[in-house]
Design a protein around this ligand. Structure first.
Ligand code: FES
Length: 128
């Protein structure tokens, strides 16, 4: 096992676990549309290289759901509703979008990604 440098600036995980037992579960409380709205926003704003939105299984906070976790910030949001999606975007997506658009994609890429014009990059076709 080897450590892997973080490929994304931020990961937003939405619990979509469902239950048929009647016990609380995020997926039974409409977390699916929350996940889809976040995914669509990230895709439509060209942020898929920088922000990963994914569904997750149970986070053991079922009674508090729908639950959303944002990493590496370690922010746990409970009782998230469709009405909260705009706030999630404003607080955790838009700041990265601004960096990407203000500085250009290359300057906000993860540090382990070297642009091709980096003279130290052996992948640079201009290197001897
Ligand atoms: S079902 Fe979402 S935290 Fe358990």
């Amino acid at each position: 096992m080897d450590p892997n440098p973080a490929p994304y600036r931020r990961v937003i995980m939405v619990c979509t676990n469902e239950r048929t037992t009647g016990e609380p579960a995020c997926g039974n409380r409409c977390s699916g549309p929350i996940l889809e709205r976040l995914k669509i926003h990230v895709k439509e704003h060209g942020l898929r290289r920088h922000i990963r939105v994914c569904k997750t299984g149970c986070l053991d906070q079922c009674a508090l759901g729908p639950n959303v976790v944002i990493m590496p910030d370690n922010v746990w949001l409970k009782a998230v509703s469709d009405a909260d999606v705009d706030r999630i975007i404003a607080d955790w997506v838009t700041p990265i979008e601004r960096e990407v658009h203000d500085r250009g994609c290359a300057s906000v890429a993860p540090s382990h990604v070297q642009p091709l014009d980096n003279p130290g990059n052996p992948s640079n076709p201009h290197n001897p």
